[in-house]
Design a binder for this molecule. Sequence first.
Ligand SMILES: [Zn+2]
Length: 511
Amino acid sequence: MTDPAGLVLTNGRIHSLTEPDEIHGAVAIRDGEIIRVGSSYEIDFLRGARTNVLDLDGAVVLPGFIDAHTHLEQLGRRLVQADLSGTDDIADAIDRLTEERERTDAGWICGYGYDETEWDERRRLTMADLDQVSADRPVVAFREDLHTGSLNSVAFDQFAAEFPEHDVHRENGDPTGVVVEEALNVIHEATTPNATAMRPLIEAARDRAHELGITGVHDFVRNSTAPQVYRALDLADDLGLRVRINYWSDHLDALMELGERTNYGSEFVQTGAIKSFADGSFGGRTAKLSEPYEDGDTGQWVTAPSELAGLIERADANGFQYAVHAIGDVAIETVLERFEGTDDPAVARHRIEHGELLTAELLDAIAQSGVVVSAQPNFLKWAREGGLYEDCLGVDRTGRTNQFRRLLDAGVVLAFGSDCMPMDPLFGVQQAVTAPHERQRLTVTEALRAYTTGGAYAGFAEDRLGTIKAGKRADLVVLDESPWAVPEAAIADIAVTHTIVDGTVVFEQER
Ligand SMILES: [Zn+2]
């Protein structure tokens, strides 16, 4: 007689997302591990007097989502401070920042996530706009991509001496208040909360992740107190989310000194990759292209290729996976060459973050290298007619962005993440399934796999996570409707009713 299960989910449609996908009625869990999947009748035998039973009443269960590229600190800041995403226009954004001014007594007034392409004005926030928020406290509004931000006069004047000149936007010689890249990093550091202030931000972001069915994240951090908070919450057994911390290359020396390497850590908090930026973003016209933007030049390097080569070589030789942000075709090509110079990029599972603009040659080269593409299906919202991609790349190149179909067909491992634009796996799945171009479009199963098994592989955890199978950790999400059954355009509206991490229910929808 086997020991009874601690938790049983029964009367459901449990998709294993293995290859092929199998559908079972029930799953039994003990000590955080899936001990058996089968029919409700079969699993009934594992029920004991103290087994918790969740009757699914036909609901769908999937492996928990893994957001393979995210920034919980940013999400936490947005949840707690001024959220500028989804604002109607510039006046609305100014209103929200003014509310934030009222909420706090002193110091920075921070807003996050504005996207001027959603506004009729179609222009970024300026110094004049933000001076309306405050004339005596520093104000910053970060654009959604975090590579571009807008400052008021107080903030600009206080830090102007530290800004590289090419990262400051000017009109007729005068600063507009818009700064990008390294200049914005100065502001980012100046506004970083200490560990005490960080904890509620991380907890708010973690709770939001649970509401969205996310059971694991690959978080990207730089000069942040977030890692301290992750480890403190983990030690207190209060994290409830699997976090792989990907550290900026600034931290490589310190990590090596401490004897860290990729995959070191606990059940819940592990060291992931070392991260660098090769180029910028389309929104900032700073992603590095072979042909000029519709309204600009060919972008810029954030890390010079020669410097990148040295970093990748050193990290690789010391047991680190490497993740490089590369969006433009020239940046992707260059990063791939640098990865190919390492011992075995497929074994190290080096990653290209975003990998947006691809040529046919690049698709083949990525497939041959074994490098993982960590992509954001939600970015396809910009690939629609008249969207951001068309504005900066034109119609033809827009069709060559985010070629998920082609990547999978070529045999590339695709790990989906959100980059918090917005954090929402089902929204991402819907975008991939309804993509405007055939070479971008995935089936529901493929998109869900990229958000589960893809992330597990990118995190060296495919033996433990990513599918629903006996022996795997019990990270699960329960949905009230089937993503295979609802209209494609309604996948994002499916409600998450339960999120389970390591056998513990961490989120339950209120009824
Ligand atoms: Zn990012």
